[in-house]
Design a protein around this ligand. Structure first.
Ligand code: BGC
Length: 519
């Protein structure tokens, strides 16, 4: 047996369902923790609306304001300004960098402490943003917000996946995405109201992000940490007590033993990031990276970041743009509720495949409408066409909301074994932020250059991602989180080869323990 690897009798992979009730403490903890999603959502939704407000543009981007009101130049290019794109995208860059630190804190200090840090960073960012007098302070505020979101997105999905009983893990984990969508909707409604307050409405928009951050900070003070995290940090007795409390039963021995075993394995791993590169982790990491990249390549953030700008490009008046953005925001929330109810019985794959078809049709329809109705100089859609555009976009958003939106976060958070769970989640958040950053940075330029073909581009990606789901994505529904490797990955027609070819024993009856340094 090569150095650094040893085997112990397996306790996982049994397929036994653990005794667990849906206790009030589980539900309240999840609801509290999920408010981390509100902060992320608020950021996603707020920047587009603020970017379309004249008072804001006058203060920070006077050239864009001039272009917006000049009747010259291509309609598709009015908002093509790198500084304006940086306002949206800087948050994602900061979030990306902060997840590496957050990976350390979720592992060493716990999920709960990391959520607390997230809330505090976000509150400071909000203060900078609301008070900004120059572009520097504005961007600095966005960077702090990004760090807050980076910490929250790292800790919250792990918290939810670990604390939830297996049979409703999907539903409870989706609370995170539900809060993202609430945050986006709240932001659009705020923008709609503050756009009428001159000249400081935008300040109010940026400051109200403090509300979800305060909720998360207070929530983090009250929730218990997950049994998995307590046990991983050596607090076995407390971990067991919390497990009894959250499961509502004293019969937690089998689950407790499984977590202790997983954490014994986890403690051997000194360098979780390096360990992610081991052959047997490649299927998990590849799937995580692809799910997050695909999530962005659906084109969802064309709508979420820039809905008001996009609607304005299509010729909607200022009020109508903000109003339509709020309508798509509401559809986003309602459709996420659908996935909370369906994800644990229909399964992850079915939701993704159904949504693929619906998204493809919406994107294709959008491309056709834009081709016919929006020419370089004319953007007068007319009432009927405008309604049709809103319907198509709502259809697209709704299919994203019950599929790629929640599942892009849920599947990675439930798929990694404890030893690489924090590091894996970090990669997940990083890829999300990196793709969102690139997207925010290039979307307006792409719209300017590709015009209606931008929707053809996204629809081609939807076909590719659906094929990936069909052939390569295993079903993770109803599998206990610490049994995922044995019962899912080692059984998959394609990915199983990664568990048998590396000269290590990955047999079904043993659990293989990996060490980054030889013992
Ligand atoms: C994605 C965001 C997106 C949001 C829309 C999230 O899952 O990560 O990029 O804006 O869903 O609801």
């Amino acid at each position: 047996m090569p150095a650094g690897v040893f085997s112990v009798p397996a306790q996982s992979g049994s397929g036994v369902e653990f005794d667990a009730k849906i206790t009030p403490i589980v539900v309240t903890s999840c609801v509290m923790a999920a408010t981390g999603g509100l902060m992320f959502g608020y950021d996603i939704g707020i920047s587009g609306g603020v970017s379309s407000m004249d008072d804001f543009l006058r203060q920070f981007f006077p050239t864009v304001l001039r272009k917006k009101h000049e009747n010259r130049g291509s309609n598709y290019c009015k908002y093509n300004d790198h500084g304006l794109q940086l306002f949206t995208s800087s948050l994602y860059l900061a979030g990306l960098a902060s997840t590496f630190v957050a990976s350390y804190t979720t592992r060493r200090l716990g999920r709960r402490a990391t959520m607390l840090v997230a809330g505090v960073l976000f509150i400071v960012g909000v203060i900078f943003n609301g008070a900004a007098r120059n572009l520097g302070t504005l961007i600095l505020g966005r960077i702090l917000l990004g760090c807050g979101v980076g910490f929250a997105n790292q800790a919250v999905p792990l918290f939810l996946s670990e604390i939830a009983p297996t049979r409703i893990r999907g539903g409870l984990s989706i609370l995170f995405q539900l809060n993202i969508t609430f945050g986006i909707l709240f932001a659009s409604l705020v923008n709609y109201s503050t756009s009428k307050i001159h000249p400081w409405g935008w300040r109010l928009s940026l400051s109200l992000g403090g509300i979800p951050a305060v909720v998360l900070t207070l929530g983090a003070l009250f929730v218990v940490d997950t049994p998995n995290s307590l046990i991983e940090r050596g607090q076995l007795e407390e971990g067991k007590a919390v497990l009894k409390k959250v499961r509502g039963t004293n019969n937690v021995e089998p689950e407790f033993n499984e977590i202790v075993e997983a954490s014994r394995v986890a403690c051997k791993v000194k360098h979780p990031f390096r360990s992610l590169l081991h052959r047997h982790n490649r299927p998990l990491i590849a799937t995580t990276v692809l799910l997050q990249m695909f999530q962005q390549l659906t084109g969802i953030n064309a709508v979420m970041f820039y809905a008001p700008v996009l609607f304005a490009t299509l010729g909607f008046k200022n009020d109508a743009s903000l109003y339509s953005a709020a309508v798509t925001g509401a559809v986003n929330v309602l459709s996420t509720l659908v996935s909370i109810y369906t994800v644990d019985w229909v399964g992850r794959r079915m939701l993704l495949l159904d949504a693929g078809l619906q998204m493809f049709l919406s994107l294709a329809a959008m491309a056709v409408v834009m081709k016919i109705k929006v020419t370089d100089r004319s953007d007068n859609l007319g009432h009927d066409w405008a309604i049709m555009v809103v319907v198509i976009i709502c259809n697209f958003v709704s299919s994203f909301a019950w599929s790629w939106g929640p599942l892009g976060w849920l599947i990675p958070s439930e798929t990694f074994p404890l030893e690489t769970r924090s590091a894996g989640q970090s990669v997940c958040v990083c890829v999300n932020f990196l793709s969102s950053f690139l997207f925010a940075q290039v979307f307006l330029s792409m719209l300017c250059h590709l015009n209606c073909f931008i929707f053809v581009f996204f629809s081609a990606w939807v076909i590719i991602m659906s094929l990936f789901v069909l052939f390569f994505l295993p079903e993770t529904t109803k599998v206990p989180i610490e049994e995922m490797t044995e019962r899912v990955w080692k059984q998959h027609w394609f990915w199983k080869r990664f568990f048998i070819d590396d000269g290590n024993n990955h047999g079904v009856n043993t659990t293989t323990v990996y060490q980054s340094s030889p013992s």
